[in-house]
Design a protein around this ligand. Structure first.
Ligand code: SAM
Length: 250
């Protein structure tokens, strides 16, 4: 078992993320800071990594090979990835059902709704990070059939590896876990919660570079402020994200 694999069955109560990667040293990385880092320290969620290379079969620790059909680049081998996923699975109790995720540009777009859903899965998530040209599709298909693995993309661009996608995905989930944000309702007015982008926000000073804060926000009238914020959220969503606005109108 690899040295980074620290998951302990007896302490799996908090939401847990297991990352399968060729670069375990990239974790927790930025998630060691701010909200995610503090909550990790407080054991409100847990993180463990599995080094995929530990499951290589030869003395050179090879994890990839040339693609059938030719072409440039290398593909991560199905049997190596499969064994790494088996090791991740074996760390969970039988009744637990972590969501298996392969981060890939071919996946369905990552959304706030999916983050919310994943944060509510008490068994947490297992994220498989690809490198090179990706992973032999048979391993992905097998784990989709056996364990309901889903493929998730963080955007229409190609990263060098899945690690940064995994970090993005975890950050979005962790801040939705109960108790992680100081004020429980801190996420309720945020972008995407009501299918809208967030309203414009302002803080002191009242006037900055001749730009004044909208008067209504200084009125103390909570009804009017709520109304203004809703209008602001609607206007911004309509202008910047016609796709979201269209769905909001349905
Ligand atoms: N050849 C692949 C393709 O065209 O779809 C791209 C492989 S990419 C260089 C290597 C790895 O980075 C992928 O296996 C995946 O894990 C990760 N990756 C790249 N872009 C991503 C994205 N937009 N979302 C999630 N993961 C991504």
């Amino acid at each position: 078992m690899c040295e980074h694999f620290k998951l302990d069955k007896t302490t799996m109560k908090p939401w847990h993320a297991t990352i399968l990667t060729l670069f375990p040293e990239m974790f927790p990385g930025p998630l060691a800071h701010s909200i995610a880092g503090k909550s990790l320290e407080k054991n409100q969620w847990q993180l463990s990594t599995i080094n995929i290379r530990d499951f290589a079969k030869d003395k050179h620790h090879t994890v990839d090979d040339t693609p059938y059909g030719g072409g440039t680049g290398l593909v991560m081998m199905a049997d190596v990835v499969d064994e790494a996923l088996c090791a991740a699975e074996s760390a969970y109790a039988e009744q637990e059902q972590p969501q298996y995720i392969y981060v890939t540009p071919r996946g369905k777009p990552f959304t706030h709704d999916l983050a919310r859903k994943l944060s509510k899965n008490s068994s947490g998530i297992i994220i498989l990070c690809g490198r090179y040209e990706g992973i032999d599709d048979r391993a992905i298909e097998h784990w989709r059939e056996e364990k309901g693995l889903i493929e998730v993309s963080i955007g229409d661009y190609v990263l060098s590896g899945g690690e940064m996608a995994a970090l993005v995905l975890m950050d979005a989930c962790v801040r939705l876990l109960p108790g992680v944000l100081v004020k429980e309702d801190a996420t309720t007015s945020e972008s995407f919660e009501e299918g809208l982008l967030e309203f414009s926000q302002y803080t002191k000073p009242r006037v900055w570079k001749d730009k004044a804060v909208p008067e209504v926000l200084l009125s103390g009238d909570h009804g009017k402020i709520a109304q203004w914020r809703l209008q602001s959220a609607k206007a911004i969503t309509k202008e910047r994200r016609p796709d979201l606005w269209g769905k909001h109108l349905i």
